[in-house]
Design a protein around this ligand. Structure first.
Ligand code: ADP
Ligand code: ARG
Length: 374
């Protein structure tokens, strides 16, 4: 087919989005604008940017449609943008830069993510030494294998290839990181449900990921790894190629964090992770780049959570995020909140943990004094 687009490159079919894709984008973009979506995508995909970006295509064959379709199908998205491959962060950089800057607390275009620094876990104390508020502590990070697209662009063979490489690396772990891998394909629906309810395994069927075509070939290549104590877990091929997780009951943040640092260090001897010169470690969602770390507590704060709106405002000031008991997009059950750091980019691993630790300490102090004091 002849090229109908005037460009400096050879042919729109190769270096540009196909005209059919552009046609779809035009239609979906119009509808999104009319929807008044509150998403960062809708805010930052201005008509001027759209006119330029709609023609672009990465070397992985990914277009703006692959990155933004989650917001087109879910106008209530808060972010509404996923990278379909590592190159999306540059090819659609005008858009990603804006979304990233707003989500990660003013990470300006001139900023560069600092080198990895796990610091010294022994500086951390138990967040809740009396065991009155914190039920459990979890620290996770996201990693992508170098040279592969993210969910929207993965083929079935690539899912299986990633699974093989990750499982091979996981089976080399020693000590308390030693464990076993289970493919979802070998689990019954009841087993899956139990693991989800125990906060070990990922939920299925997230509509934001579904719209991003993240569930193609499911459950092929998907699974999870766990040690016998279930304090170290790795999710394979869910939202990211890898989610590396450390968790345990109580508030011993130092122990949880050290376990994660050890695991990531050991795994990086066997696996090469996708890294960006400005954004550090890359993952599918622009909220999870940089350190990729989300450090959370399951916590009960009955006094200060009486007024949830006020608590959310305070959390914002402290750079914290509140989720429900079952994780993102769930409600709190029995007064249990999931409170974690919000930003993961522009600060080092240990700084992320300090930010979360300081914020939680302040919330506990307010809870003890009987009310919000900010
Ligand atoms: P992610 O943390 O990977 O972004 P979610 O918010 O969906 O994803 O949470 C995944 C699972 O981890 C959920 O089951 C959630 O309840 C559980 N979880 C999160 N924080 C804690 C915690 N501190 N203790 C126990 N489980 C937790
Ligand atoms: N895509 C969803 C939204 O925009 C979630 C974004 C952040 N969470 C995540 N799991 N990546 O609302």
């Amino acid at each position: 087919m002849g090229c109908t687009i005037k460009c400096d490159n050879i042919c729109c079919g190769k270096s540009h989005a196909h005209p059919d894709v552009v046609k779809q984008l035009n239609c979906k973009f119009r509808l999104l604008r009319l929807s008044g979506s509150p998403s960062l995508l809708n805010k930052h995909l201005t008509p001027e940017r759209f006119q330029v970006l709609k023609w672009k295509k990465t070397n992985y064959g990914m277009t703006l449609l692959d990155c933004a379709q989650t917001a087109f199908e879910n106008p209530d998205s808060s972010v509404g943008l996923y990278a379909a491959c590592p190159e999306s962060y540059d090819v659609f950089g005008d858009l990603f830069d804006e979304v990233i800057m707003e989500y990660h607390g003013d990470f300006k275009k001139s900023f560069i993510h600092p080198p990895m620094d796990w610091g010294d876990a022994s500086e951390l104390q138990n967040i809740d030494p009396d065991g009155k508020y914190v039920i459990s502590t979890r620290v996770r990070t996201a990693r992508s294998l170098k040279g592969y697209p993210f969910n929207p662009g993965l083929t079935e063979d690539q899912y299986l290839e990633i699974e093989d490489k990750v499982v091979d690396a996981l089976t080399r772990l020693e000590g308390d990181l030693k464990g076993q891998y289970v493919g979802l394909i070998n689990m019954t629906p009841d087993e899956i449900e139990k693991m989800i309810n125990d906060h070990i395994l990922y939920k299925e069927g997230d509509r934001f990921l579904n719209a991003a075509r993240a569930y193609r070939f499911w459950p092929e290549g998907r699974g999870y790894f766990y040690n016998p104590d279930k304090t170290f877990i790795v999710w394979v091929n869910e939202e990211d190629h890898m989610r590396i997780i450390s968790l345990q009951e109580g508030g011993n943040l130092a122990e949880v964090y050290q376990r994660l640092a050890d695991a990531v260090t050991d795994l990086s001897y066997c696996l090469e992770f996708e890294k960006h010169e400005r954004f550090g470690y890359l993952s599918m969602c622009p909220t999870n780049i940089g350190t990729g770390i989300r450090a959370s507590v399951h916590i009960k704060l009955p006094n200060i959570s009486e007024d949830m709106e006020k608590l959310k405002e305070v959390a914002k000031v402290l750079n914290l995020q509140i989720r429900g008991t079952g994780g993102e997009h769930t409600e709190s059950q029995g007064g249990v909140l999931d409170i974690s750091n919000k930003r993961r980019l522009g600060i080092t691993e240990i700084e992320v943990i300090r930010e979360m630790n300081n914020g939680i300490q302040q919330l506990i102090a307010m809870e003890k004094s009987g009310g919000i004091t900010m």
